[in-house]
Design a protein around this ligand. Structure first.
Ligand code: BTN
Length: 235
């Protein structure tokens, strides 16, 4: 494992992508930074966290990546986070489709994956993860939570990173098997909750995801498939 620690960067995803453009880097090279000046979140949002308190890192996946799809990578990464939290830290969490990791109904981690292609096949994937670790107050983010909020303990960032990377490395050996556990960890799986789409609020039962990663809901006894942009959770 090749781990690079930075004191500051714009975004660890951008940093890793630009270093990888300039030179060959080993599979599972990880960059973490104590500060990001332009941390990126989902759908063009910013990812803002308190400097030095949290794990903001990116991992490069190259080995075997041409056999994977973007959603399979997403599944392996999310299941790895949930299993790692459960087995190494005794913290229960769920995957809120598509990219959030929730614990006690609050957001503990977010994932931003950026893929590169060679023709129709993936050639590399940069997996960015922001995990709330030692931050205690989240002003303006009432739905955020950290490992310290949950356990009352402080954590060493690099120790956490190494133990997570070991789980990810192992899970990448058999991605299809790992992906089978995805639904088991899905937030509100087989439960009926309210969603909003095209300005209408409706109830849907979470039935899982299709192979492209779209969410399958049962609405009025009919299965419907939703894209992230079409759907807002009202939980
Ligand atoms: C989300 O919106 O939930 C995804 C957040 C992903 C944030 C991480 S922090 C490390 C990596 N670098 C970035 O710029 N973003 C990801």
């Amino acid at each position: 494992m090749n781990i690079v620690k930075l004191h500051a960067t714009t975004s660890t995803n951008d940093e890793l992508k630009s270093r990888f453009r300039e030179s060959v880097l080993p599979h599972l090279t990880a960059i973490y930074s104590l500060k990001q000046t332009r941390g990126k979140g989902q759908q063009g949002a910013q990812w803002v966290t308190e400097d030095g308190k949290n794990l903001t890192f990116s991992v490069l996946i190259t080995e075997g990546v041409s056999d994977l799809t973007p959603f399979l990578i997403n599944q392996v990464v999310s299941v790895s986070i949930v299993e790692w939290l459960k087995n190494d830290l005794q913290i229960q969490s769920k995957i809120k489709w598509p990219n959030d990791i929730l614990s006690v109904n609050h957001k503990l981690a977010g994932i931003l994956i950026e893929n590169s292609y060679s023709g129709n096949f993936l050639s590399s994937s940069v997996v960015g993860i922001g995990l709330n670790v030692n931050q205690v107050e989240f002003e303006g983010l009432p739905k955020a939570i950290s490992l310290k909020n949950i356990t009352g303990k402080e954590f060493e960032l690099e120790v956490l990173l190494i133990s997570f990377l070991n789980v990810l490395k192992n899970n990448l050996r058999d991605p299809l098997k790992v992906a089978q556990d995805y639904n088991k960890y899905l937030f509100k799986y087989r439960q009926v909750i309210s969603f909003e789409s095209s300005n209408a609020v409706f109830n849907g039962r979470v039935e899982g995801t299709d192979k492209d990663g779209k969410l399958i809901l049962r609405v009025d006894n009919e299965l419907k498939i939703y894209d992230l942009k079409e759907l807002k959770w009202m939980y």
